[in-house]
Design a protein around this ligand. Sequence first.
Ligand SMILES: [Fe+2]
Ligand SMILES: [Fe+2]
Length: 265
Amino acid sequence: MRILTVGDIVASDGREFIYNNLGRIKKKFNIDYCIANGENSANTNGITLDIAKNLIMSGVDVITLGNHTFANREYAGVLNDNERVIRPANYPSETEGSGYFVDDLGNVRIGVINAMGRINMEALDCPFRATEKIIENIKDKTDIIIIDFHCETSSEKLAFGNYFDGKATAVFGTHTHIQTADEHILPNGTGYISDLGMTGVRDSILGVKKEIIMDLYYTRKKYRFEKAEGEVWFSGAIFEIDDKTKKVLGIERLHFSAAELAKME
Ligand SMILES: [Fe+2]
Ligand SMILES: [Fe+2]
């Protein structure tokens, strides 16, 4: 089975790219299942009811979130109404929605977990313990467990990946919007990549107009972010999983524009 994971979909350009091209991508790469991070999919960050619906209609099976979970006022509706949209599990227990989703496809049961790091991020409950608890809960009801660890630093991500080596099928990172070239299979069989990167305008910083972020660092002035304009690049990775053992056989990193995709077809 081939599971496609998609890095942070940013703003209208990123989500339009998914609406228009995910079907082609799934066909081209023989994809059976798709998990995408949607924490920046609304123009003001967060996600709306319409966007969640459209991403799922375009072929995303589970949408994960991150530190921008609550950025759009529709968040409670999204999390309460759609079990396929999950938020980091280590938010307080009163938070709307769930930190995981189990999808029973008949021949295989896939558990998807979302957790968030704590270094240079919000002070949340421990992501290791929150994830451990969920795995304990769902391990007998799942054949495959995939975790989106939304996190800033590669060291915290690697510690998390190695902690769940052999307990999860795969761990991928999101949040930095920069794809890392460190995809590999950990010693006990868990597929791992520190960050999938972003699906959004490439000539940008985080999908935001470069001038705004440069000014932020140069002058320390913070003002309203505006989304960048330009060519969109898709970023993600495919985890190829053995149908019998349910172990990762290989990981393929993806990074291309619509024009690059057309050349591959
Ligand atoms: Fe993001
Ligand atoms: Fe984030």
